[in-house]
Design a protein around this ligand. Structure first.
Ligand code: DGI
Ligand code: FE
Ligand code: FE
Length: 402
């Protein structure tokens, strides 16, 4: 088994780290990559604006999730749990003990590689692991790396690989923190990491969450969910905007509702219930036990209370899972967009896509009836609002002919 070990302060983790991790996995054919955020790096004090450990860990976890290789990428808290300075030799010993027989590769950038001989116990480090150094250009690889590579090989019998990261995001964390404090930095960060920074006001960002632009709103929403849901959310946003154009609804509201509609999808039942209590959302007996029915309500609350969305957006999100009688056009649009956005794939989705642009009510009814059928098939209780939506549409003379 080949394990990559990528340590650092990740303050914050940025696209350069992400590209390096991804390339190392490919080039070294790693079975596992451990991202190891450092508590206190041995060679420098952490800058004053450094967020609490818990935040740095959360950001590294977002970056790890962003790599979308859940079986390969893991965040290791080894250095966070250990007191005192984070010496790489100790970390490698611990990993070696945990995975005896594994082939370890220590990943690092140019600057680190060039000072490796000055680290604590380099011979132990180089005995336990091979080194994979990332260069920015081919020249790094040769002119800069060659003397150090030869020195380390000669002195420690080190095993060294250098890889060039084409189009490497060329930014230092110091520059990036400065940019963030000035309101920039977005283009150097994975969206969910950027959203996490904004939502927690890290690095001197003082974003007004109630007046975010669209890319920032997306980033915040994505920071609250797992990476694998982002495609669906983006698809729903785009579908909702297309439907708003087709049916004359407010495009911006459709977009913002789409962006936020599933933002609380991954909260546990207890957190969902706490938010409902906090925002005074009353729940019926089914909702109190069916966690899947709660994210639409809590998502609506967060959209309004945290992101300052208007009532129209609130209600569109609120009803997006069950639907109900007497829906507004925007509510119908979000419900239907969520159902048939381009990433959805189930039997009958094509028919729903056609109907959505021919007759929105028919599409809505088809969605509602598909859910009712699915609930029946899965032996799950059907929510009253879903049944009322069906009765309301049928009462209006809406029909779906085969
Ligand atoms: O959040 P999404 O996955 O994008 O879609 P959604 O908000 O429509 O949620 C779908 C989930 O909600 C699905 O797991 C089934 C559940 N659900 C929807 N309507 C009902 C329902 N569950 C019950 N028990 N009864 C319903 O009427
Ligand atoms: Fe949903
Ligand atoms: Fe959804």
């Amino acid at each position: 088994m080949k394990i990559g070990v990528y340590g650092g302060t990740f303050n914050p983790p940025h696209l350069g780290h992400l590209a390096a991790a991804r390339t190392a996995i490919e080039v070294l054919k790693l079975d596992k990559l451990l991202l190891v955020p450092a508590a206190v790096p041995p060679h420098k004090d952490l800058p004053q604006e450094t967020p609490a450990l818990e935040h740095r860990l959360a950001m590294v976890e977002k970056m790890a999730d962003g790599l979308q290789l859940p079986k390969v990428v893991e965040v290791s808290q080894l250095e966070l749990e250990r007191s005192g300075k984070s010496y790489t030799s100790d970390t490698l010993k611990a990993i070696h003990d945990q995975y005896p027989g594994a082939e370890l590769w220590l990943l690092m950038g140019t600057d680190m590689f060039l000072t490796l001989h000055q680290w604590h116990d380099p011979s132990e480090i180089l005995k336990l692991a091979g080194v994979c150094a990332f260069g920015r250009t081919e020249q790094d690889g040769e002119a800069l790396f060659a003397p150090q590579r030869e020195y380390l090989s000669r002195t420690y019998q080190a095993k060294i690989t250098t890889i060039t990261l084409p189009g490497l995001v060329d930014i230092s964390s110091t520059q990036l923190r400065k940019l963030l404090a000035q309101g920039g930095g977005e283009s150097y960060l994975h969206p969910s990491v950027y959203g996490y920074i904004l939502m927690n006001g890290l690095y001197g960002t003082h974003a007004d969450l109630k007046h975010l632009d669209i890319p920032q709103l997306r980033a915040c929403s994505y920071s609250m969910v797992k990476e694998k849901r982002v495609r669906h959310i983006r698809g729903t946003e785009e579908e909702a905007v297309r439907l708003a154009k087709r049916w004359g609804a407010d495009e911006t509201m459709a977009r913002r509702a789409g962006i936020l509609h599933d933002c609380t999808k991954y909260l546990e039942l207890e957190e969902q219930l706490a938010l409902c209590a906090q925002y005074g959302v009353e729940l019926d007996e089914l909702e109190q036990r069916a966690v899947k029915l709660l994210h639409s309500k809590t998502g609506a609350c967060i959209a309004r209370a945290v992101f300052g969305e208007p009532d129209e957006v609130y209600w569109a999100i609120f009803w997006h899972t069950t639907a109900k009688a007497d829906m507004t056009t925007l509510e119908k649009i979000l419900y239907v967009a969520d159902y048939m956005e381009p990433n959805r794939d189930f039997e009958g989705v094509e028919r729903l896509r056609e109907l959505a642009y021919q007759d929105l009510d028919k599409a809505l009814l088809l969605g509602v009836e598909t859910t009712i059928q699915e609930m029946k098939d899965r032996n799950l209780p059907i929510h009253n609002n879903t049944l009322q939506a069906q009765a309301w549409l049928r009462g209006q003379g809406v029909t779906i002919e085969d």
